[in-house]
Design a protein around this ligand. Structure first.
Ligand code: SF4
Length: 438
């Protein structure tokens, strides 16, 4: 027996993926039609075994669901400020989390918000011309991947953009991949015959991209090779320079997770400026990809329901958006919350160690294989979005919602159901709270 449908394990949300459904299937044979290591891993981790926790737990012991809900709702109501973190869930789960957070008051932040915030800061401060996967697939004639880990995070990206990464005609786009001088990147790029790799020390990227910006501003008519040679430009970089000058539509794709070090924001800023400059005479756009563990979904739902992105404190309909203050790890380190709820339903990703330092109740909602289930004060097992129940998820380009059908009979309730019950209990019990200022 096999299951087929949308794969929920990264932001590409590929459709038509075939999954094996037997728990003892060898890892290499699951998701084989996807030819995707990440899908295979996610599906493998979705197969139940005897160590899974499929019932609610209180201090590591099984407890009735209604008892766990009642006690949890009471303790959250007694807390002054709750941190809602992790937030690895689907649209329905995120909607219920926000409803509950508005009722009890709390701070919202996703596990991968650092990358989300990098992109958001760039858009807020410099602006950008962004595009979608579909437009790149049908219109771009030059595609530049930027960053070493892009194809690890989104393994089938080239397949989606270029029909399995192989040029079918002379109109196929030119593909470049700008990465560091790391050996793993160079070996990975060597295996892609249709991609021209550009391997540069990260410290040279700024000079290299600046030279592209200067070329776009006033193209050299003389010897281009010598024009870029002074910072060590490679043959493939010269090829990129020439291709950009003649391109009708250039797309630059990155994952912000590759740009979390000091100064990396300047590189992304240069890319945005390069695209703006090219749009004076042709067409160009950026595509900052995200979507791991539901990060895009959490950001989009938070924005549409509250008017502000993640890293905000909310109570009722009042929001305090402070991205530099409400980073979850900092909130935990500084003791700026006295209760915390961690959510991770796609894969068993454990919470950061700081989570356990919270003074009050610590609650985990998520994947039944989470090892921290027995360490939490309360644990609520959840189904896996797009595996145990139908889910709506935002694709990594942030503009498309995809429906992912369930692939089997559900093993645990969705995240949305647990937070719906907590909210109902909170309203029914009409807990009194002393509210901190938002
Ligand atoms: S690229 Fe992502 S969505 Fe596509 S099959 Fe692989 S893990 Fe699943």
């Amino acid at each position: 027996m096999r299951a087929c449908g949308v794969c929920p394990f990264c932001g590409l949300l590929c459709s038509g993926i075939s999954f094996g459904s037997l728990p003892d299937l060898p890892r290499q044979s699951v998701a084989d039609q996807a030819d995707c290591e990440r899908a295979s891993r996610g599906w493998w981790l979705s197969q139940p075994n005897s160590s899974w926790h499929l019932k609610p737990l209180r201090h590591g012991r099984v407890v009735a669901a209604d008892v766990a809900i009642g006690e949890t709702a009471q303790q959250i109501a007694d807390s002054r400020r709750t941190l809602f973190c992790g937030l690895g869930t689907d649209v329905a789960g995120m909607r219920k989390i926000i409803d509950y957070a508005q009722a009890v008051g709390g701070i919202l932040d996703h596990l991968y918000s650092d990358a989300l915030q990098t992109n958001l800061s760039l858009m807020q401060h410099a602006g950008w011309v962004a595009t979608t996967l579909s437009e790149i697939r049908f219109r771009a004639d030059v595609i530049v991947l930027v960053g070493d880990s892009l194809l690890d995070r989104f393994p089938r990206l080239l397949d989606l953009l270029t029909d399995r990464g192989e040029p079918k005609s002379k109109n196929a786009p030119k593909l470049f991949w700008l990465g560091t001088d790391d050996l793993q990147f160079r070996m990975q790029a060597m295996l892609l015959p249709h991609v021209q790799p550009i391997s540069l020390k990260k410290s040279d990227w700024f000079a290299a991209l600046t030279s592209l910006l200067l070329q776009a501003d006033s193209p050299q008519t003389g010897d281009l090779d010598s024009a870029v040679a002074h910072w060590g430009g490679s043959e493939s970089f010269i090829s990129l320079t020439r291709s950009l000058l003649s391109a009708h539509y250039t797309a630059w794709i990155w994952s912000a997770a590759d740009f979390l070090s000091d100064g990396d924001d300047l590189i992304l800023d240069l890319l945005a400026r390069l695209v703006a400059k090219r749009n004076e005479t042709s067409r160009a756009a950026v595509l900052p990809l995200s979507g791991s563990n539901g990060d895009t979904t959490a950001q989009q739902v938070c924005t549409w329901k509250t008017g502000f992105p993640l890293r905000q404190a909310i109570r009722q309909h009042s929001s305090d958006y402070q991205p530099h203050r409400f980073r979850a790890t900092d909130v935990l380190k500084q003791g700026d919350c006295d209760a915390a709820i961690y959510v991770s339903s796609f894969e068993p990703i454990e919470p950061p160690e700081e989570f356990w330092g919270v003074s009050g109740v610590k609650i985990v909602v998520g994947h039944p294989a989470l090892k921290c289930a027995t360490r939490a004060d309360y644990f609520f097992p959840s189904g896996i979005p797009g595996v145990d129940h139908e889910s709506h998820l935002f694709r990594g380009d942030g503009v498309t919602i995809i429906s992912a059908d369930r692939k089997r009979d559900s093993l645990a309730p969705p995240v949305a159901e647990w937070f719906g019950q907590l909210l109902k209990q909170h309203r029914n019990a009409a807990f009194s709270q002393s509210y901190p200022q938002v």
